[in-house]
Every structure is written in C-alpha cells, then in structure tokens.
Design a protein around this ligand. Structure first.
Ligand code: ADP
Ligand code: MG
Ligand code: MG
Ligand code: MG
Ligand code: MG
Ligand code: MG
Length: 671
C-alpha cells in the first residue's frame, strides 16, 4: 500500500530594500538548476541539515520537482512513494522540509518557496511579478495578468487559450468581496478597466462580467495559480481502489473547510475562505449552450458543472452503495458507455468514464493524432488530467504496473510542513481505518456537492454544518471495530466511540441515514464537540445519536494495530492539530491571514490588502514556513527572527517567532 503526497509552492522575491514582494517567474531556471545539480543527485545540499530530524532515507530518495501551471510555481513530491510502515509517516515532515530546503538552495538569495494557496496581489494593478510584463497578451487576453504568468511550455498557454475560445469569452472568476466597516457599498471592483479595446474579449466587462460586490478576475492563472496538497494512494486491487474513491469522497468538503487558507484575491479580502470554486471558474470551458444560457443546438448536453468540480458519481462495487446515492441527472456519453460495456466493463465504472468523456480534450499534440497507438494511454490521460475532480481514480498506465491509485485532491496547502504533514498523515490514517474497519461514509453524491459549496463560507469550519452519515459502521461490525471499541472509548475524551453502533437498515429511507453536522462533530465526534464549545453552530444535539468522529476512529485503528510508543506520540501531535483546528481551539490558515490583515497598522478596514500589508504577510509566511537553511537568507533580508534556529519541535517548545503575531493560535505547538 504505497502512497505519496504532492506539495505546491509559490516562488516569491523578498528583500528588505524592496517595498514590494513579487512573484518570481524563474520556474524554468530553478527546475534547470535542480536538474543539473550533480551534488544534489549524490547527497543533496540540505541533507546534513536534516539529520537531526532523523530522516534515514534522506540520502537515498531525493525529492522530485515538477513544473506547474504558473511560471511562479513549483511542485515537489517524495523521491519514492511512502510505504505501509507506520514509521514512514514520521519521514513525511522531514522530507517536506528537505524539499523546501533543496528548492531554496536552487533559488536566488532573495527568492523563497512559500506554501500559500494564492499570491495575495496576483492581478493587482502595478507590479506583482519579477520581471514585470505588461498586460494584455494574445493567449490569456486578461486585463489583469500578462501571458508570461503561465508556464511557457506550449501546453499551458494553449490550455488557457483553448478554454477561452471554446467558452467563447474569457473565464469569469468572481469572488464575493468581504464587506468590512469602511468598505464602500455597493462595492465596485476598482481595478476593472472598462476602456480597453485591444481584444474582442475586452467587451466582457462592458457586458456585465464584473458585477457589484465581487472581486473580478478573468484568467486561468487566478485558479490554476493556486497551490494545494494532494495525496495519492495505491490500492491492493481495483475493487479496493473503487471503495477508497467512494469512501473518501464525502470527506472532501469537510477537509476543504478544515484546511481553508484562501481569504485574499487580487489585493482584496474575499468573503470566502477556500480556493475551490475560483479554480473551477478559472477553467470553465462550457459553452453558452452547455451552461444553459442558450437552447441546445450545436452542443450535445447541458452540463451542470465545470470540468474542475467535486466528483459526480460513485464507482464502487460495494453492496452498500444504494442507487439512491447516485445522481439521476448525471450527464454521460451514452455511446462511450456502451462501448465500455461491450468491452466488458461493469455499469458503474463505465458510467464514471462515460462521464469524464463528456468533456472535449482541450489540448492535443499534433504528433498524437498521426496514428492511434493502442499500446499507450495518452489520450485517456489527456481527458483524465483535465477532469479536475476532488477525487481522481487513476488506472495504471499501459506501460507500467504501478497499480490502481486514488488521489485525494481537495485540501488547501498550509504554511508549514508540520501542518502539511499532519493533514497528509491524517488522510492516510483515516483511509487505513476505512479499509480496516469497513467504514461506510456514503451519502447521496449531490449532498457532497452541497457540502462543497458550504465549505466556501468564511469560517465554515466553525459556522457551518455539513451533511454527513450518521452511522459509519458496517452493517455487521467487523471484529476489529468490536475488539477496539473499549480501548478507543478510554482514550477518547468523553468516550467518543463507546456507544455500540446501531446497524443501519439498508432498506430504510436514505434521508434517515445522514444529517447535518459541524466539522467538529465529524472530526472529533459528537461527545467531544459538546464539551468543546468554541464552535458557533449548536454542537451535539442531545436528541441525536452519537457520531464517533474521524479522529477517535483513527485512534481506534491505531489501538488495533502495533505502533511503537515513539511513533504513536509523534502521530498524536499531528492528530492534535487536526482536532484543535476542528474544534476552533486553533485557527485555520484563512482565519490567521484575515487576523494578520485586520490587525496590520496600515489596514484601513476597507477590504484592501495593500502592497505593504502583502509584504509583511509574505515576510511572516517565509519565516513560519522556512527551514533553517532558508532562515539564513531571511535574516540576510532583514526579517527579524531571533529564534528561528531554535524552532524545531522537541527543543523545549520555547520558540515563539518574534514579530509573527498569533502563531500559537495557528500551530499550537510553538507556544
Ligand atoms: P499527479 O500530478 O498526476 O497527481 P505526481 O506524479 O505529481 O502525479 O504525484 C503522484 C504522487 O503519487 C507522488 O507523491 C508519488 O510519490 C506517489 N506515487 C507514485 N507511485 C505510487 C504508487 N504506486 N502508489 C501510490 N502512490 C504513488
Ligand atoms: Mg503532481
Ligand atoms: Mg499534476
Ligand atoms: Mg500539481
Ligand atoms: Mg496530483
Ligand atoms: Mg517548517
């Protein structure tokens, strides 16, 4: 059971002499430097720095760096997927630190890799990239970002241009603005230029593309320029892969809300906390007919969602998957489905693939159209990789035996590697608990869609409720669950799992199987939620049956397997972060960023995040996220950080970073 994480970075330039922090567009040079570094292939410049955090694999498995859509982005994965051993889970955080350190080592003195989901002033008037390029280019035709913002590899600008041309106008990424005390209301995005006449698309804003009270953006880069944290799991076979895909699907929106980290767009505070819908809109290539704005004439279907969206169907052969959970209005290509059925594929999986194939390929290389090579899966991968859903079912490519994989994609990237490791490890552990206990999180897939919307609300983690299954236990509880129940009850505040599960009636009304729960209830269980009162949505309704909570389920699972004490204690620090984020004891990244802006002396309560605020925010993020190697550079660049070299975990805990406010509210463990 291999698995692997992906971490995405923004590359910024920061120095004390420059009043602005900028996006560095040197992705290609940085990747080239990484690829050409022979010393890196031997031991990596950063390995000695990491020995004290005990990564035994550091020398053998150097991380892999990948290009991304934005020319200011990088992606890094472990050099080799992680294995099944619990001790491996402790290598994730050091490996993430190693990646950050190696990346920094191949950048200029004033460049830093940071893990913010979005650059706060991407697309703001003035200069936000280094080097500067003027708008507007023939590919994006954006009035806010230059074409040079995208990775220059022909695939990326072509993707953007083809989405725009298929759609017949520019993409429209409108995010509600956060209304503060002094925000003019109704609010008109002051950065929109109504007088441009360079491209036909310049008419978009004159035709109402930029409504009042919304931050208006008009290019793929505003979505695909965001960073996230993705986890890919190998399944032991296709059946298990299909089960994992289904069972992790309902967790997506909850994890999106819990990892919320995106409160700023284009220099303004937004009224939403997460990136998801913005990416969705930024790559929405649907035509007016597909959108339902015009009667169907040339197109085949009305399509309710963008090609970047929460997934729309379940695929498992699990008998607990009731037909009522599926969306009766799912759009599929019937001919493709029939072809797949004729080839021997079962109905559910054929439906899944026939749904992916309602999308046109947006980029195809000429060479791939010369002849059809049936020994390759490139054409499939082309459709698959531009169906950006919150789960991805990854069949093995034709040319290797990598296995059936499932990718969990909704989570927002966090500022520190500690947090990113915590969320990665949590998803690994809950996946293992699902498989080991046979847990059942099915709810109707349209309720997952609804939850995805809910996750966008400001502070959804505390203020909103999500549809979730009442009873996650299998009809007949497995021996493992029964056996571990007493232990987990004891180890859980208020005996979260102590109540015996009532087997659901598989034939009862589907509506009775799920109800609204807070993130606190889902993650920590109803009993814990009642006792931790930070949340604002009435937790733990007395009349409701108890929900055990995902963390208690993970703890039951850990109780049921052999984990050494040291590993268990380390894992506990990760679970603690998740627990406290869900209960509100710790802040989400979004909340911390909002607080940083709100308390900045130059903030004028008008929703505007100025260059100066952005510089200070990114400066703080560099300090918090940086490892020792990049700390060196930070000091050279004038960020005050007296304690940075002592902030490792396990060094006594006295490591509050001077000058970074409220770090304890974000991370808990540094105070
Ligand atoms: P993509 O961008 O298509 O999602 P990447 O190659 O960037 O794919 O990342 C995939 C992740 O999957 C990496 O973390 C990698 O370590 C991991 N991985 C590689 N092989 C396997 C495997 N057989 N099973 C599970 N995970 C794997
Ligand atoms: Mg990747
Ligand atoms: Mg990718
Ligand atoms: Mg990526
Ligand atoms: Mg991925
Ligand atoms: Mg760190």
């Amino acid at each position: 059971m291999l698995w692997g994480d992906e971490v995405e970075y923004l590359v910024v330039t920061y120095s004390k002499d420059d009043p602005r922090v900028l996006l560095s567009l040197r992705q290609a040079d940085i990747l080239k430097a990484l690829a050409n570094d022979e010393s890196l292939s031997i031991d990596g410049g950063c390995v000695p720095d990491l020995q004290h955090v005990g990564n035994p694999h550091a020398k053998k498995q150097l991380p892999v760096f990948h290009p991304e859509f934005g020319r200011f982005m990088l992606e890094a994965t472990p050099g080799k997927p992680w294995g099944i051993d619990f001790k491996e889970l402790l290598n994730v955080e050091p490996d993430m630190k190693l990646r950050r350190c190696i990346a920094k080592d191949h950048m200029l003195q004033n460049e830093y890799p940071i893990t913010l989901t979005t650059f706060p002033r991407l697309g703001s008037p003035g200069v936000f990239t280094d080097p500067y390029y003027p708008v507007s280019g023939p590919k994006l035709r954006s009035q806010f970002v230059p074409d040079e913002i995208a990775n220059p590899h022909i695939r990326f600008p072509t993707l953007a241009a083809n989405i725009r041309s298929r759609r017949g106008r520019k993409v429209q990424v409108n995010v509600p603005v956060f209304r503060d005390e002094k925000t003019p209301w109704p609010w008109k995005d002051p950065t929109v230029n109504y007088d441009m006449h360079q491209w036909p698309e310049d008419d978009d804003v004159r035709n109402g593309a930029a409504p009042d009270n919304f931050i208006h953006m008009d290019a793929m880069a505003f979505g695909m320029g965001s960073c996230c944290l993705q986890i890919t799991f190998q399944a032991k076979n296709i059946t298990e892969g299909r089960q994992m895909y289904d069972q992790l699907s309902p967790l997506g929106p909850v994890m999106l809300a819990l990892t919320a980290a995106t409160p700023i767009y284009k220099g303004f505070l937004a009224d939403t906390d997460v990136r998801w819908n913005q990416i969705s809109k930024a790559v929405d290539d649907r035509t007016p007919e597909e959108l339902g704005e015009k009667p169907l004439k040339n197109d085949r279907w009305r399509i309710p969602k963008s090609r970047y969206a929460s997934n729309s169907t379940y695929i498992s052969t699990d008998p607990r998957l009731r037909p009522e959970y599926l969306d009766p209005n799912l759009v599929i290509d019937q001919e493709i489905k029939q072809q797949l059925l004729d080839g021997g594929m079962d109905d559910r999986l054929a439906t899944h693939f026939a749904h992916l194939f309602i999308r046109d390929p947006i980029v195809i290389f000429n060479e791939d159209l010369q002849e059809l090579d049936l020994s390759k899966t490139d054409h499939f991968e082309n459709i698959q990789s531009t169906n950006w859903q919150h789960m991805r079912f990854k069949p093995p490519p034709a040319d290797n035996s990598i296995g059936w994989r499932v990718e969990f994609r909704p989570m927002e990237i966090q500022i520190t590697d500690f947090e990113n490791a915590a969320f990665a490890v949590f998803i690994v552990l809950i996946t293992r608990a699902i498989l080991s206990f046979g847990l059942n999180f099915y709810i109707p897939i349209v309720k997952v869609d609804e939850n995805m919307e809910t996750a966008h609300a400001r502070d959804a983690v505390l203020d909103r409720k999500f549809w979730f299954r009442r009873n996650p236990f299998p009809v007949r509880p497995s021996r493992a669950v029964q056996g571990s129940r007493p232990a987990s009850g004891a180890s859980t505040p208020n005996g979260g799992v102590s109540r015996p599960p009532t087997p659901p009636t598989p034939t009862g009304p589907v509506e009775d199987e799920y109800r609204l729960m807070s993130v606190n209830e889902v993650i920590n269980g109803t009993a814990y939620a009642r006792s931790s009162s930070t949340t604002t949505v009435g937790d733990g309704d007395e009349d409701e049956e108890e929900f055990p909570g995902l963390i208690p389920l993970v703890e039951s699972y850990l109780d049921s397997v052999n984990v050494d004490v040291v590993t268990r204690c380390e894992l506990a620090t990760y679970l603690d972060l998740i627990r406290k984020r869900a209960s509100g004891e710790l802040w989400t990244t979004a909340k911390w960023i909002r607080h940083f802006v709100a308390t900045h002396p130059k903030y004028e309560r008008d929703s505007v995040v100025t260059e100066e605020i952005t510089k200070d925010l990114v400066g703080a993020v560099i300090i918090i996220g940086g490892d020792d190697a990049s700390q060196q550079g930070v000091e050279d660049n004038g960020i005050k950080d007296e304690n940075s070299n002592k902030k490792r975990k396990g060094d006594g805990g006295h490591s509050v970073l001077e000058g970074v406010p409220d770090l304890g509210r974000l991370l808990g463990r540094f105070i």
